[in-house]
Write a protein that binds this ligand. Structure first.
Ligand code: NAD
Ligand code: ZN
Length: 261
C-alpha cells in the first residue's frame, strides 16, 4: 500500500489495531485461498446482541432453557417465544460495513478460493451479498419439523407459540443447531475442507469457545495457514493468531480488505 493510501488518524484517536493492520493486510494479499469464520460479534454493530454475556444469560435466559434439545422438550412454548422474539428483532436489521467488506473480499478471489463459514443464524452475510456462505449453526428464518423431513423458509413472519408441521401435525422447531446437537454434515465437511486448504483464516467476532466451530482455528494452524483475528478483545483463540486486530469489525474489515487489494 502506498503511504498516501494509509488511513490517517489524529494521534489521540488512532486505534491500536492501526499499527497491526499492514501486517495483516500483507498476509491477506499473499493468500490465494482464504477462509473466514465469523461469530456474533460481526453482527453486533447491526444491533444484533451477542450472547456470551458475563452472567451466562442470553437475553435474560439460561442457555440450557432456550438453546438445547432438552430445553425444547421441557418447554417448547418458552423456546418458541424466545426465537420469535429474536426473529422479530431481526426485522429491519441491516448488514454493516464488516459484512460488506467480506462481500468485496469474495469478489476478488476465484470461485472456491473463498469460503465464509458463519456461526450466526441471522442471515446477514447473505443479505449483504456473500455467495459462498456456510451456515454452521443453521438459519433462524427456517423451520423444520421435529418428526418428519419438512423444512421451510418462513422468513421473519410471526409464528405461533407452538407452530405445527403442515405435513404431519407435529411441532415445528427453528432450523438451527442447538448445543449438544451435531452440525449439518455436508456444511461441516465443506467448511473443514476449505479451512484445511486455505492459506489464511480470518476469524471475526467470535469468542471461539463454541465447538466444533472454534476447532476450525486450530485446524487452520495445523495446516500452516496464517490466522488473522478481528475482535473487540482477546479471545480463547488469540494465542493461535498471527495477527490480532483489536477493535470493531465494522471499522477494521473495510480497512483490512482495502489495504490488502
Ligand atoms: P459470542 O457471543 O460468544 O462472542 C461474540 C464475540 O464477538 C466476542 O468475542 C466479542 O468480544 C466479539 N465482539 C463483540 N462486538 C464486536 C465488534 N463490534 N467487532 C468485533 N468483535 C466483536 O458469539 P459466538 O462466538 O458466535 O458464539 C456464540 C454462539 O451463539 C454461536 O453458536 C451462534 O450461533 C450463536 N449466536 C448467534 C447470533 C447471530 O446470529 N447474530 C447472535 C448471538 C449468538
Ligand atoms: Zn412433520
Amino acid at each position: 500500500m502506498a503511504d498516501s493510501d494509509r488511513p490517517t488518524w489524529a494521534n489521540s484517536d488512532r486505534p491500536s489495531w492501526a499499527d497491526d493492520l499492514p501486517r495483516a493486510a500483507a498476509i491477506l494479499r499473499r493468500a490465494q485461498r482464504v477462509a473466514v469464520l465469523t461469530g456474533a460479534g460481526i453482527s453486533a454493530e447491526s444491533g444484533v446482541p451477542t450472547f456470551r454475556a458475563s452472567d451466562g444469560l442470553w437475553e435474560g435466559h439460561r442457555i440450557e432453557d432456550v438453546a438445547t434439545p432438552r430445553g425444547f422438550a421441557r418447554d417448547p412454548r418458552l423456546v418458541w417465544r424466545f426465537y420469535n422474539a429474536r426473529r422479530a428483532n431481526l426485522r429491519g436489521v441491516q448488514p454493516n460495513p464488516a459484512h460488506y467488506a467480506l462481500v468485496e473480499l469474495e469478489r476478488r478471489l476465484p470461485g472456491d478460493h473463498f469460503t465464509l463459514a458463519t456461526q450466526n443464524v441471522d442471515t446477514l452475510h447473505t443479505l449483504a451479498g456473500s455467495q459462498r456462505v456456510l451456515e454452521l449453526h443453521g438459519n433462524i428464518r427456517r423451520v423444520r419439523c421435529s418428526r418428519c423431513d419438512y423444512r421451510a423458509d418462513r422468513q421473519l413472519e410471526p409464528l405461533p407459540d407452538l407452530p405445527e408441521c403442515p405435513e404431519c401435525g407435529a411441532l415445528l422447531r427453528p432450523d438451527i443447531v442447538w448445543f449438544y446437537e451435531p452440525l449439518p454434515e455436508a456444511v461441516w465437511e465443506t467448511a473443514y475442507l476449505a479451512v484445511s486448504q486455505c492459506d489464511c483464516l480470518l476469524v471475526v467476532g467470535t469468542s471461539a469457545v463454541v465447538h466444533p466451530a472454534a476447532g476450525l482455528i486450530e485446524l487452520a494452524k495445523h495446516h500452516d495457514a496464517a490466522v488473522i483475528e478481528v475482535n473487540l478483545d482477546q479471545t480463547a483463540a488469540s494465542h493461535l493468531a498471527d495477527v490480532s486486530l483489536l477493535g470493531k469489525a465494522g471499522q477494521i474489515l473495510p480497512q483490512l480488505v482495502a489495504a490488502s487489494a
